[in-house]
Design a protein around this ligand. Structure first.
Ligand SMILES: [Zn+2]
Length: 964
């Protein structure tokens, strides 16, 4: 299983800083409408996006590009004061009563004072350190709800690509974190409809930047003062020079100006900052930042991820990063300081020979203006949070571009110079989120007896070993029911008279038949306890048949791993259905021993459907039989072991064609797609032979040769063995480079040929399948883009819960995302630690060779790896799998003349954790050091602290450096 946004992995939102991540005027009483226009005293030109807010209330707004504003203030705040402020201007305070409608407000540009004497005497770094130390005293560091206005405009040359506006509700936690943790919700948004014409895919790609609103919050350099690339992060002081550069007059205040630039030959200095702070209180009022030339190169490199290579190859266009600048300001409110505004400007140069484009500037302008601050105790956003999404803002923002959009939000529309008529309708706040959050993890919420019955390999289950299932059911799309029987053959492992089968309690059992006699049974939750008429002896072969019917559950897609039968329609309106049962378990639709440790050696799946449909299950289609009622029985057979959740049906109006692959063994390939997608499918499937070659080269021969390899267009991607479901084929994903298809296909090796005994070890399926995507990408595009793909996984890793679940309870409701992201990062780190690709591939093949067609535990897999490599990697795997923290390399640097003494050690939870680390040595090259959990030192010749860096790209680790 895999779900992610396929193509627009390319994103700029977290370009500079690591990415992760209300009250429109109140309903009630009479309001005073303040309105006006803000202009520059020197040029008389309008001042756009100036902040206009009440000194003691929480209403605020910003001017539009014509300098105009509208602010509705409750009548009882007549005695309040309005503050009008903007970067580079002296702020102005005007009493509410003294601001009649349509006032023209003139702002005075602030002046710069050069002061020769103080220039020499002040320490820039000293000022910055004092300002950071004073954050808790100066800024409101409690969790707060803020209102903000957001605007994002993207253009290519003079062609407007995207124009978005929104009112945001923000939950801001002022923890000086490393990763984005603000939440936000679109209260109301609108975007212009833009016709991209025939080259839509290209323009869509160009206009798809990642969540810019979230990225804007990430530029709050004070909050994220621990962030990786933030020059204010003490870890980065060694890369930068902090220079006091005079002072700036700002109304009645004088602000010290500190200029921050990367040191010469700095390994990581990529930004230039101008910090303006109050010399008395050390409040930072404003920070301007710009990427340096080296920073532009570095960001460009990191951002050219797989999606970029796919699209550039596919669309014939390339991007060169050019300029990234931004400004962050803070404002006071009721004695504390708050984020005021974030302004960002990006320029990227686009080249496309086939479009006759030569270095055409693609520009993005983003503004986020905080218009309201609530000092009441704030609760997190319960629903609709987009603060952790990387999806482009324009995708998340769905409102129509209607004119009355801003009526209730104190924001004037773009281009509105004439102020709206008075007596606007009373604004109504949208209801706060009422949806309860879904239970996050039953690790916290506990497990029930039902979980134990479902997940434990109890003696009532381990007493027998299933050798064969023959499932024979009819599916009625009319009432979504399933009815029929399953024949179960088994071998007795230990003598028994009572056994457990599994079938969801909503499904009705008609009878359970053994040697032509019905058996007695008892049901408890989803377990079925069956009494046999006599005891079976060890080695006895037996069979029974369960007759049943019912309407299987449908999945709740909001809950991870919630399975069921998906019912939908294709693009022509025809019924389309598919089984998705990973996690919830196959027993949601057919009776079986629903534990991953037991797979039948082979299986038949017969599914009867109305004759107009095609039905696709696993393995080979061995026959089709006409049945009464204008129905057809599709008879499928699997000749290898198969895990229960892989057993599937797909019902729809399919087209079918075949191909072959000259692999290790000749292989037949079957493709089933929607008839209207045949053209796209051929494009998409042209990449299949190349993909199979990479898998066979790295993992060994295709595991289910007798059954063939089938790819099925489906409602949902899922690794169903030898009948792999790849999701819907779309215009966008119909390219031979399709990581989702690679992922699901890789499961044939990881998940299907080798299955985890307990779903708690499901990372064995997902980590390897996710890493297999990288291995295909690497073959096609080379190491660098493939490795950059892993940087994307670093952003996805949550580190909230261990990857390994709780054993024996079918633990599925938890943060499973880390099996994919963190799991693949663990494998990536492991591979880079081996630093020998031949050894890496040999290891993967050896694992396949030893465990193929078996179920296994993580412990036996790790034991095998240790034995194969003749080294104990148990603490390594334990740390990544069983703990939430990643290992941290602690480093102490001491300059010894021209050389650098590096003392380092690992801090981790797993006892005895150690691994090599890649660090810069002389000449900017990388080399290995071998820290353990105890400090050890090494002298790096001809090195300075500013040149020292640790590789956190090939190794998913934390690094803490201190300098003496
Ligand atoms: Zn998967």
């Amino acid at each position: 299983m895999r779900s992610f946004s396929l193509f627009f992995l390319f994103g700029l939102g977290g370009a500079v800083f690591p990415a992760r991540g209300q009250a429109p005027a109140t309903v009630k009483q009479s309001m005073i409408r303040l309105s006006g226009k803000v202009t520059d005293n020197a040029t008389r030109r309008p001042v756009a996006l100036a902040s206009v807010y009440l000194l003691s209330g929480n209403a605020g707004t910003a001017t539009n590009e014509l300098g105009a504003f509208l602010l509705k203030v409750p009548a009882e705040q007549l005695k309040d004061t309005v503050v009008i402020s903007c970067l580079g201007y002296v702020p102005l305070k005007v009493p509410v009563a003294g601001l009649p409608a349509n006032t023209v407000i003139v702002l005075q540009p602030s002046s710069i004072l050069a002061d020769e004497i103080t220039l020499k005497s002040r320490s820039g770094l000293g000022l910055v350190k004092k300002a950071l130390a004073a954050i808790p005293a100066n800024y409101d560091t409690t969790a707060r709800r803020l209102n903000a206005f957001y605007r994002e405009k993207i253009s290519l040359g003079d062609f407007e690509l995207s124009n978005n506006e929104a009112v945001l509700d923000i939950y801001k936690v002022f923890a000086a974190g490393k990763t984005l943790n603000d939440q936000m919700r679109i209260v109301k948004g609108r975007k212009k409809k833009i016709d991209y014409g025939r080259d839509a895919q290209f323009y869509y790609w160009i206009s798809s930047i990642s969540n810019g609103a979230r990225g804007s919050l990430g530029d709050d350099l004070l909050k994220y003062s621990q962030a990786e690339n933030n020059p204010l992060n003490p870890e980065n002081y060694r890369y930068y020079a902090f220079q006091y550069a005079g002072s700036v007059e700002n109304g009645t205040q004088t602000l010290a100006h500190v200029h921050v630039t990367p040191k010469k030959r700095s390994a990581k200095g990529i930004l230039e900052l101008d910090v303006y702070l109050d010399e008395d209180t050390y409040v930072i009022h404003r920070i301007d930042y710009a990427l340096t030339e080296a920073g532009v190169r570095e960001t460009s490199r990191k951002n050219k991820k797989l999606g970029y290579f796919i699209m550039s190859k596919f669309l014939g266009a390339s991007l060169d990063y050019h300029k990234f600048t931004g400004t962050v300001t803070y404002k006071p409110f009721r004695g504390k300081w708050y984020l005021d505004r974030v302004t960002r400007h990006w320029e990227i140069l686009v080249e496309s020979e086939k479009r006759n484009m030569f270095k055409r500037p693609w520009t993005t302008d983003i503004d986020l203006v905080v218009t309201g601050i609530s000092t009441e105790k704030a609760k997190p956003i319960e629903s609709g949070n987009i603060g952790d999404k990387d999806t482009p803002f324009s995708t998340l923002n769905s409102g129509d571009y209607n004119d009355d959009f801003w009526e209730n939000y104190n924001i004037l529309k773009q281009g509105a110079d004439v102020l709206p008529a008075p007596a606007a309708p009373v604004p109504v706040a949208p209801p706060a989120g009422t949806v309860k959050p879904l239970r996050y993890s039953n690790r916290q919420n506990g497990f029930t007896r039902a979980d134990t019955l479902r997940g434990t390999l109890s003696p009532l289950r381990s007493c027998y070993d299933v050798t064969f299932y023959h499932l024979d059911v009819a599916v009625d799309p009319g009432n979504r029911s399933v009815s029929g029987n399953n024949l179960i053959r088994f071998k007795t492992v230990s003598p028994f008279r009572k056994m457990q089968l599994d079938l969801y309690q909503n499904m009705v059992i008609d009878s359970i038949v053994y040697r032509s006699e019905p058996l007695t049974y008892r049901r408890e939750f989803d377990a079925v306890f069956i009494d046999l008429p006599h005891e079976l002896a060890k080695g006895d072969l037996a069979e029974l048949k369960v007759w049943y019917h019912g309407v299987p559950k449908t999945p709740n897609r909001a809950i991870p791993m919630d399975g069921g039968i998906l019912w939908d329609t294709d693009s022509l309106g025809n019924t389309w259905a598919q089984v998705v049962s990973q996690g919830s378990g196959a027993s949601l639709w057919w009776p079986n021993k629903d534990h991953q440790s037991d797979e039948p050696d082979s299986m038949k799946t017969w599914i009867t459907v109305p004759s107009q449909f095609t039905e696709i299950s696993n393995g080979r289609l061995t026959g089709k039989t006409n049945m009464p009622g204008n129905r057809t029985r599709y008879e499928w057979a699997v000749s290898y072991p198969i895990n229960n959740y892989n057993v599937t049906f797909n019902i729809g109006m399919y087209d079918h064609y075949t191909a072959s692959f000259a692999g290790v063994n000749p292989l037949t390939i079957d493709y089933y797609v929607m008839p209207y997608n045949c053209g796209r499918a051929r494009k998409l499937f042209s990449g299949v032979p190349g993909m199979l070659k990479v898998f066979e080269d790295n993992f060994g021969a295709y595991p289910f040769n007798r059954d063939g390899f089938t790819l099925v267009e489906s409602l949902y991607p899922m690794e169903h063995q030898s009948g792999v479901c790849i999701g819907r084929i779309t215009e966008q994903n119909a390219t031979q480079i399709n990581p989702l298809l690679w992922h699901e296909s890789a499961h044939e090796w990881w998940g299907n040929a080798i299955t985890a005994k307990d779903i708690a070890d499901m990372w064995i399926h997902e980590a390897f399948a996710t890493y297999a995507e990288v291995m295909v990408a690497e073959k096609i595009f080379g190491k660098e883009p493939a490795y950059n793909y892993m940087l994307e996984e670093q952003k996805k890793a949550g580190n909230k819960e261990p990857i390994t679940g709780v054993y024996n309870v079918n633990h599925i409701h938890y943060d499973i995302g880390d099996m994919y992201s963190k799991g693949s990062l663990m494998l990536h780190t492991f591979r880079n630690m081996l630093a020998n690709d031949g050894k890496w591939t040999a290891l993967l093949r050896a694992i396949q060779n030893s465990f193929r067609y078996q179920t296994l535990s993580a412990a036996s897999l790790i034991g095998f790896i240790n034995n194969y490599l003749q080294q104990d990697y148990t603490p390594f795997f334990k740390q990544y799998l069983e703990y939430t923290r990643i290992p941290v390399l602690e480093v102490k640097l001491q300059q010894k003349g021209a050389n650098l003494l590096v003392t380092s050690w690992w801090t981790a939870d797993a006892a005895g954790f150690k691994m090599p680390a890649r660090v810069t040595v002389a000449g900017g090259r990388f080399g290995f050091i071998y820290p353990s959990d105890k400090p050890s030192s090494i002298l790096l010749k001809n090195m300075t602290a500013a040149q020292f860096d640790v590789d956190k790209e090939r190794f998913y680790i934390g690094v803490k450096v201190s300098k003496e």
